[in-house]
Design a protein around this ligand. Sequence first.
Ligand SMILES: Cc1ncc(COP(=O)(O)O)c(C=O)c1O
Length: 388
Amino acid sequence: MTDPPTRSGPEFASGTRRTLSIVRGEGAALWDDRGRRFVDLGATHGAGSVGSSNPDVAAAVAEQARTLLYLGSGYRNPVRTAFLERLLGLLPRSLERVFLSNSGTEAVEAGIKFARSATGRSKVVAARRGFHGRTMGALSATWRRELREPFEPLVPGFSHVPFNDAAALDAAVDDATALILLEPVQGEGGVHVATPEYLRAARAAADRTGALLAFDEVQTGIARTGRMFAFERWHVVPDLLLLAKSLAGGVPIGATVTTADVERRFRGSHHSTFGGNPLACAAGLAALDFAVRERLPERAERLGAVARTELARLPPERVREVRGLGLLIGIELRENVAPYLAALEDRGYLAIPAGATVLRLLPPLVIADAEWAAGLAAIREVVAHGPG
Ligand SMILES: Cc1ncc(COP(=O)(O)O)c(C=O)c1O
């Protein structure tokens, strides 16, 4: 019996389609098991901002692995402290407590629990087209029906309002709302950028009702959008900031950052065996140092501007809209994106979709100028001539 095409050996066929076998990475380059070189325009799903196998991160991980590979979160550890201080040093002063976990969905899950516990309320207001992860709480905040339906019933108390509609958000938030949960730029939902008015309205609705405001920056955090954190652009500070993906340079991590007030009001316990482990913290410290030293926010801003100029020339008969911020870019096509991704792969570029028609670009922020320019040229060619 032959395997169906979506199977990849012993791995559970959970809906992910895998064709290439990637064995090595360096910066924005990836190599498959046949020695073919690809440029990563999204293959690392936003977790590769500092580049694949970043030498600083790799050295820190190797050194930490030799020194203390694992320690439970019930003990202090200087590497963890140094990492948390480095992270908090990049954030507004009100954000001063961090809970560490191992993934984006866990960072969201902790945020939901902290908000419910601290407020004594249960309602969560999220946005249509939002994506927050796949564990049951985070999935309940996620919008797309096909991601939710097979796993229902989900967690009660969640509602979704139209994104960028300040009046609808304000109307949905009341004295029973524990949490308003938003992405400053919706990534998986098709790359939609929040307006400043919308985020300000979210802050005002939280302040009016006593709800907490969380920004899910799992995808946008760590320099991706041209700021170290996307919310900096709008000067709206959340009560909870949810981070993961690139925070530890590609090593699994999640962080739920919040205020001393939320911590003070929190009742109960929340814990993770591997959360805050020294290996991830050493990687995180190296990744943050690298992002600051190499001025990755400025780089993302500059390369994003180059892309917007280039992509503005795409033919409107094939492209509905180009959206994005920094190096998180969505090209909304007028037809299914899959053949375009395949055509790019044939040319040595790995990009990913965001829904059925959006071609999403989120390359490592270290991508060389010339490599980025060549990638944009390949996209222009594929889009202009059709995937063939
Ligand atoms: C905004 C956002 N939140 C949460 C998640 C979930 O992160 P993870 O896949 O690490 O659980 C993602 C993943 O794409 C995301 O983009």
